[in-house]
Design a protein around this ligand. Sequence first.
Ligand code: ADP
Length: 651
Amino acid sequence: MATSAEHLAAQQELERKTAELSRSAALLRAVLGATTDGILVTEDAGKITSFNDRLAEIWRVPREVLAAGDNRRLLEMAAEQSGDPPAFLARIAEIYETSPPETYDLLELADGRAIERSTRPLVLDEQRIGCVWSFREVTERMRAEEMRARLAAIVESSHDAIVSKTLDGVIRSWNAEAERLFGHTAEEAIGQSILLIIPPERQDEEREIMERLRRGERVEHFETVRLTKDGRRIDLSLTISPIRNAAGRVIGASKVARDITDRKRTDEALREADRRKDEFLALLAHELRNPLAPLRNGLEIIRLAGTDANAVSRARAMMERQLAHMVRLVDDLLDVSRISRNKIELRRARILLSDVLSSAVETARPAIEAAEHELSLALPPTPIHLDADLTRLAQVFSNLLNNSAKYTPRGGRIRLTAERRGDQVAVSVTDTGIGIPADALPHIFEMFSQVDRSIERATGGLGIGLALVKGLVEMHGGTVTAESAGPGKGSTFTVRLPVLEESLDPGFPETPEREADAGRPKRRILVAEDNRDTASSMAMILKLAGNEVHAVHDGAEAVAAAERFRPEVILMDVGMPRLNGYEATRRIREQPWGRDIVIVALTGWGQPSDKSRSQEAGCDAHLVKPVKMSELEDLLTSEMRTPTGSSRHRS
Ligand code: ADP
């Protein structure tokens, strides 16, 4: 029997234990209440054992619902918020069924919150009696992670190289563009010193930049040079910003690098174009002003000369020359600008290369003769047809011939050759002139390009002739190239053009020019002229036009040759050694065979007295040198229409 004292002690012990127990329970509740996670303890899928306030908060479920201990009600309400209730409930059922030792899930709720859930079994006396669920709201962390992923994607896809490094200059990140630009892969670069991409001579620069970054400064649009893996130096614009940790301390730097090699090249090209434009304008002003002084002088001479016909005609000739020069400059300018705007239309037709070349020689002849150059020609024996614009192609070759005349010291040699090469014809203009330095050759066809302004100044030009040549040749589907063995060694310009095959296009219509040409009678012509260059170039042009030509250099020879050669036409220079042109004409007219020959006197002066003298001597016509071929052609056409059979010149 227990004594009352024993009873009391037992009573007290029970009370103490009870107090201890309820303190433990209160402590447990307090601990649950103090944890930052929402905690839920369940005995089975249907019953809640305990929970804390944070759980009610996270799931936005009234405390009373939880306090009632009905887990099914909680699951219903939570599932509703989950955005996908069936999946949510299925997962809970799976956890209860399989009772895994530990699970983690990330739930994205319909309202945008992110909840991390973990479950562990609740074990008492080695027996699993339920589950402990903890829930943590990780919305902020999720957002930060998303942001980081998004930023990483932006960095990766950026067209700038983006690199980050520590304050000690150790590379920490390296995007795809950095790989492309510098040639090192991210694997190779990360962990290495940033000096990897800094050229040795620029390493001080890096130290300075690091100093500024440590002070928290940003370096913007810093243009510099960096090194690639294969040793190339590239122009970059850098923007470097300090990277701070959460405490605001600078812990490294991010570097955004943009490749400005192309931009630099474009800038340089723009500057160069601008410089050339300025130079060109100065040159243009100079070139256009040049002829103005002689023009004004000419007017003055005409005013003062009064009745001195000789002086007036000389002034007029000079003014015409100057005006023609100006017109040519302006025409070239307009043509070049039309080509560069694609405004030139070719009037293509089936034409003969020899027609193109004879027209070009005709145009360039005065310049070639003035400089006393010797011009020689070598053309293929069979006619070559082109599908081309005769005027424009003639412009090409007369430009090249004029250049050769200009850039060759007096008394040089110019060769014009054409050679058939497969389905192309290569026409070359070669001179014994000042040549072209190797470094200038690649630019010679660019607009406004001139090798040595001091020389071109003296010759007068705008540096657009070759640009025009190139443009026109390319419009014809051809190419033009320049060669020179160097200064003083002469130059060769070669134009290659596609040839029109006879057999390929049998029904090709003849052009009006060709018809006229074909109808033009081929004549036997004697050229009597003491200046050998003038004689040979004139003979050449006449031959190119299809005539049979013989040239002699004094009056006595002229008479002898006329007898042998029996020409239909004689072009008779008046001032010649041994016998002058008048005397030679007289002697020819005395012969029976000489009466029907058309004799055209060529003189330097076209005064009425000269004309009457040549008429008296028996000349049919009188032309003033330099003779324009078109003029001569017109004259011959009209003269030769005179009916033959009755002699026109009877002594
Ligand atoms: P320009 O009006 O100056 O003659 P072009 O475009 O015709 O202009 O020629 C460009 C430059 O090419 C010339 O200024 C000259 O320096 C060089 N050049 C052209 N043709 C020759 C040549 N036959 N021999 C030497 N240099 C030449």
